[in-house]
Write a protein that binds this ligand. Sequence first.
Ligand SMILES: Nc1ncnc2c1ncn2[C@@H]1O[C@H](COP(=O)(O)O)[C@@H](OP(=O)(O)O)[C@H]1O
Ligand SMILES: [Mg+2]
Length: 255
Amino acid sequence: MHYSSILPDVLKIADEASEKVLHIYESDFKVRYKEDNSPITAADEAAHEIIYKGLRNISRDIPILSEEGKSIPWEERKHWRRFWLIDPIDGTKDFTQRNGEFTVNIAMIEDGQPVMGVVTAPALKTAYWGIVGEGAHMRDRTGKIHRIRVAEPKETKRVVASKNHMNDETLAFIEKLGDHELVQAGSSLKFCRIAEGHADIYPRMGPTSEWDTAAAHAILVAAGGQVQTLEGEPLRYGKEDILNPWFVAAGSWYF
Ligand SMILES: Nc1ncnc2c1ncn2[C@@H]1O[C@H](COP(=O)(O)O)[C@@H](OP(=O)(O)O)[C@H]1O
Ligand SMILES: [Mg+2]
């Protein structure tokens, strides 16, 4: 499949979802809690609907797995060689805290690896996209498009880590890096910060789900970075268990 020919359509879908999400973000929205106690708003559901319909228009045959969609049994998912993996809003907590650091995420997975990703940050008015092997781009708040690439780190490592889910294991990892400074970023923007050369490493010694990481993982790899488990394996997708293992995302210098 030629991903470069469908990427503009995927970006258009993400932009449309972002516009709707921003509209709700700027309104007096209500926060509800799902069974697992994680927050959800009308914005998560509205973005899911827009993305689902949009991707169905691109192809009727490629399955879609969404954080806000119906859960699909492993018996069916295990046959998928290629599928869309979406998180309508990653960083729902950031959304409810109104700090702007939430994202809309659309990834294409092929043979267990993310091959294309689009991430938009509606409140920051920025967008990132990448195709593995073809490079990555970002659109800034003025609408200007830049090619992005990971940076070679200097002596002081710029570390991005979750502020909502910081823990002792992540802190211990960061301490071992030596000279460092913390760069704050919510949700999947942490990968994007590395992809655009504004941060060097993102350790995640804690749980995430496949849809939280897939799109930004594709962008980071397209920009010259990697995401690996602590065993040194690339993070894989389309597993029976939707939870990711602990991982480290960085430019190639780290691995
Ligand atoms: N115990 C847990 N199990 C699964 N995912 C978790 C989790 N704790 C946090 N996450 C994931 O971490 C994401 C937020 O990341 P961060 O802390 O880096 O901002 C959440 O995404 P959502 O906002 O899409 O629910 C959530 O999916
Ligand atoms: Mg998420």
